[in-house]
Design a protein around this ligand. Structure first.
Ligand code: GTR
Length: 359
């Protein structure tokens, strides 16, 4: 049945690279992966920005979560094109712990804790968390003169220049650079998460930056996990997102707004770039806008990339998902919880237990 569902979507073949079929892990790494990375940059999120090393400064916050954690406020000062911008972040980790697994979390607010970021639960599960507010990187609107966008583009946006999602993702990779320098961090267990537009960001980040061992895109939907072709009637379409949020993407994405079948990729190609690492996808039953069937089918279609590594990828029954499903046995996971569009503690618990069982 799922095979039939997928056929209806008429997806581009993940393994057909410029007319040639690839069949091995080496071909995937040498041809497939670079090809999809380039197509997805050029046609959707925009070209990756040049690497600028920020100047880092840190300050301890006296709040310590009942003495269980250390909270450091870390500032990243970027200087480029004779301009500078500082991004504040929050680094919180269990006291006296070693080999700490970490979430980099891109949030809508900088509050600690926050309704989407239950810091104490995360610490109690043995994880550290390094969070940033997306607006502090560059504002969530069409203004490309502020924050990091001000440094790199200064309002002048060309066809393949990146949109805000790529900026937010860029910062997540700079936070990853910093985690690499800290002795108590387990460098093999650093992941990234975010909700909704920031779930799209979390998926993109792990897809392009192979240092991320896992990604947990929460309710990411259209132009995130969900495949775009054949989106359900009530789901968000590329035409909707291009009209409402053109600045999340490169200008080049606009040309597909009403011709989704002409996209030279679909979102399963982005998912596949995470292989052979871990991706756990969270959906919510009432979040129809995020089109959960299309998120689920993306997991099925991307799974083939894990198979090249001799891994199962996505393990699920041969049917579309229903509320309460939790398929987290493979390296690609998917769950559909009850309720609305939200990054809930329930989501966090599912992500953390799935990650702990695998890494
Ligand atoms: C919606 C948007 C979605 C989703 C969400 C969010 O309005 O259409 O793609 O990303 O916003 O980020 O909260």
């Amino acid at each position: 049945m799922i095979v039939e569902e997928l056929k209806k979507r008429k997806l581009p073949d993940l393994f057909c690279i410029e007319g040639k079929q690839i069949t091995t892990k080496d071909e995937w790494e040498n041809k497939g992966r670079p090809y999809w990375k380039s197509v997805i940059q050029n046609e959707e999120y925009g070209k990756i920005l040049p690497l600028v090393q920020p100047e880092i400064s840190t300050k301890i916050n006296s709040v310590n979560f009942a003495g269980k954690a250390t909270w450091e406020e870390v500032s990243f000062k970027f200087c480029y094109n004779n301009k500078q911008h500082t991004v504040p972040t929050n680094l919180i980790y269990p006291k006296n712990a070693e080999n700490v697994p970490f979430f980099i979390y891109i949030n809508f607010r900088s509050d600690i804790p926050d309704r989407y970021l239950p810091v104490e639960e995360i610490i109690d599960n043995g994880f550290g968390v390094f969070s940033v507010c997306h607006n502090d990187i560059s504002t969530d609107n069409g203004d490309f003169t502020n924050g990091l966008a001000g440094l790199f583009q200064d309002g002048d946006r060309k066809e393949k220049d990146c949109g805000k999602i790529m900026y937010w993702s860029y910062m997540a990779s700079r936070m990853m650079d910093y985690l690499q320098t800290l002795p108590y961090v387990d460098k093999n267990r650093i992941g990234v998460s975010g909700h909704s537009r920031l779930g799209k960001t979390a998926l993109l980040t792990a897809a392009f930056d192979e240092r991320f061992a896992f990604s947990c895109p929460n309710n990411s939907g259209c132009s995130g996990v969900a495949i775009s072709r054949g989106c359900c009637d009530k789901g968000e379409k590329v035409s909707d997102i291009c009209r409402t949020f053109p600045y999340w993407f490169s200008p080049s994405y606009q040309k597909y707004a009403n011709e989704v079948e002409k996209l030279p990729f679909d979102q399963h190609c982005l998912m596949a770039l995470v292989a052979p690492r871990i991706v756990i996808v969270g959906g919510a039953e009432q979040d129809v806008w995020a089109d959960n069937d299309s998120q689920f089918l993306s997991c099925v279609a991307a799974s083939k990339a894990w198979n090249l590594y001799g891994k199962d990828g996505f393990i699920s029954p041969d049917r579309l998902p229903v509320c309460g499903d939790k398929f987290t046995d493979g390296d690609v996971g998917f769950f559909l919880r009850a309720g609305t569009h939200y990054h809930s503690r329930e989501d966090w618990n599912t992500y953390m237990s799935a990650i702990k069982s695998k890494l």
